[in-house]
Ligand binder design. Structure first.
Ligand SMILES: [Zn+2]
Length: 160
């Protein structure tokens, strides 16, 4: 719109409903400014309506939302690596126990039978040990057992 140079002043005057005498006189003689003066109040009302139709949310709601988003993001950040690590640990432990039980089941059975009262009595009586446990199996049991305890402890600590 390349209208009258005073149009801007006319719009401001109409918006504030404050008309300097010279401007009022000019509007009566200038078509552009007459149109601008007629449109200005409607434009202002339109702008006010827009503000009312899209009210800003309550600041406390915004603040709460920010807190929730921030804390859940923190939880995500903290728990994701732990979860991946734990899944890996569980898989490794399960595989370890499965392998141990599969290949050493007879040895474990013999070892467990060594703790029956009859076996203990036989041992105490000076008989030779009925079951000898290979050192590698004892080490494997200790390693797997302590790893299981560590993972369990880590899980408990991570949940607190
Ligand atoms: Zn004008």
């Amino acid at each position: 719109m390349n209208g009258c140079p005073m149009e801007r002043d006319v719009i401001r005057a109409a918006a504030n409903d404050a008309w300097p005498e010279a401007l009022r006189a000019h509007v009566t003689t200038c078509e552009d400014c007459t149109a601008a003066a007629e449109v200005a109040p409607w434009m202002r009302g339109f702008a006010d309506d827009n503000v009312r139709e899209h009210p800003l949310p309550d600041p406390s709601v915004l603040w709460l939302k920010a807190q929730v988003l921030r804390s859940s993001a923190t939880v995500d950040r903290a728990s994701r690596p732990i979860t991946n690590l734990q899944v890996g640990a569980y898989i490794a432990l399960a595989a370890g126990w499965a392998l141990l039980l599969k290949f050493k089941w007879s040895a474990i059975q013999a070892w467990l039978h060594g703790f029956t009262p009859a076996a203990l009595v036989t041992k105490a009586a000076g008989a030779t040990a009925t079951a000898s446990i290979p050192a590698t199996m004892i080490i494997a049991l200790i390693v797997l057992g302590s790893l299981s305890v560590m993972v369990a402890l880590h899980q408990i600590l991570a949940e607190e």
